[in-house]
Design a protein around this ligand. Structure first.
Ligand SMILES: C[S@@+](CC[C@H](N)C(=O)[O-])C[C@H]1O[C@@H](n2cnc3c(N)ncnc32)[C@H](O)[C@@H]1O
Length: 266
C-alpha cells in the first residue's frame, strides 16, 4: 500500500474520489511541504496530491520532482508532432493504414503513452491496467486531458479499466477487437530500452511482468492481431516467433498476424 501525501492546495473532491476507491490508503496531510520526507511511512515511493492532481514521488533526495501522467507535456507533444501519422511505428504495428482504424485493446496500459499515440490517430483504445496505483495515475492524466480543449478529443477515445488482463481475455469473443497490444515490463528495464524517470518509477511500482508469456498465449487464442513491444535485442515473448517485426532504434514490435479475420493481417 502506498501512502498518500496531500498538499493543502489539493483538490478535495479528487481526494474524496481517490479515498472512496481505496479506503485503506494512509493519508498524510502536509501543513509544510518540507516535512514530507521525514513522515513515518514504509517504502520510498509515495502518492502525491496537489493542485495539479495526482503524482508519484520518491523519498530519496536525489529524486526531487513529482512524476505525473501528463499528456500536455512538451516531450509528448514533440513526439507526436515529429512522428505523427501512420508512420509512427506503434500505429503501423497495430495495423493503422489509410482508411483503416482498428479497434485496439491495450492489455498493459502502464502510463498510457502508446495508447495515447494510437488514440491521437483517431483509434478507439480500451486499456487495462492491473496495478491500482498505475491505474490511478493514468486515470488522473486522462481526467486532466479531458478538461483540456486541445487534448479532450484524444482522451475521449481512451477507456481505462483497472484489472488483470488475463481475466478480461477470458470474457472476450473472437472479433471483439482487431488488435491486442502488449507491452510488458522487461526484466531489468528502466535502464535500457526505456530509460527515464517515469519508467524507473513504474519499475519500482510493478516490478517485472513475470506472467507476460502466458498473457501472449491467452491473447493469441482470440485470433486477433497481437502486437508485442520488446526491447530491440530481447528474445521473443515465450520464445514464439512473430509473423513479422517492425524495428525502431531501441524497441521493436513483434506482430502476430490475425488468424480470425484475414483483413486484419499486415
Ligand atoms: C511497460 S508498462 C506499459 C507501458 C505503456 N505501454 C506506456 O506506453 O506507458 C507495463 C504495464 O503493464 C501492466 N501489466 C502487466 N501485466 C498486466 C496484466 N496481466 N493485466 C493488466 N496490466 C498488466 C503493468 O502493471 C505495467 O503498468
Amino acid at each position: 500500500m502506498l501512502p498518500l501525501f496531500i498538499r493543502p492546495d489539493a483538490d478535495r473532491q479528487l481526494l474524496q474520489q481517490i479515498c472512496a476507491r481505496h479506503p485503506q490508503l494512509v493519508c498524510h496531510d502536509l501543513a509544510d511541504e518540507r516535512d514530507w520526507r521525514r513522515a513515518p511511512t514504509d517504502g520510498q515511493t509515495v502518492l502525491w496530491l496537489d493542485a495539479l492532481g495526482l503524482g508519484l514521488r520518491r523519498r530519496e533526495a536525489q529524486h526531487p520532482g513529482v512524476v505525473r501522467v501528463d499528456f500536455a507535456q512538451a516531450t509528448w507533444q514533440h513526439r507526436l508532432a515529429g512522428r505523427a501519422g501512420a508512420g509512427e511505428l506503434v500505429a503501423r504495428a497495430c495495423g493503422v493504414r489509410q482508411g483503416r482504424l482498428p479497434r485496439v485493446l491495450d492489455l498493459t496500459a502502464g502510463f498510457g503513452a502508446d495508447a495515447w499515440i494510437l488514440a491521437s490517430q483517431g483509434l478507439q483504445v480500451d486499456l487495462y491496467e492491473r496495478s491500482p496505483w498505475v491505474a490511478l495515475l493514468l486515470a488522473d492524466g486522462l481526467r486532466r486531458a479531458l478538461a483540456s480543449a486541445d487534448l479532450q478529443a484524444t482522451a475521449a477515445r481512451m477507456r481505462l479499466q483497472e484489472g488483470d488482463a488475463h481475466r478480461l481475455l477470458a470474457t472476450l469473443q473472437p472479433g471483439d477487437y482487431d488488435t491486442l497490444y502488449l507491452d510488458p515490463m522487461f526484466p531489468g528495464e528502466g535502464t535500457k530500452a526505456r530509460s527515464g524517470k517515469a519508467m524507473s518509477l513504474l519499475q519500482h511500482l510493478v516490478g517485472d511482468d513475470a506472467d507476460a508469456d502466458a498473457l501472449l498465449a491467452a491473447a493469441r487464442r482470440l485470433g486477433a492481431r497481437v502486437v508485442v513491444k520488446r526491447p530491440r535485442l530481447a528474445p521473443c515473448l515465450g520464445g514464439v516467433e512473430p509473423s513479422h517485426v517492425l524495428s525502431g532504434k531501441s524497441v521493436r514490435f513483434d506482430i502476430y498476424a490475425a488468424t480470425f479475420r484475414d483483413e486484419a493481417d499486415a
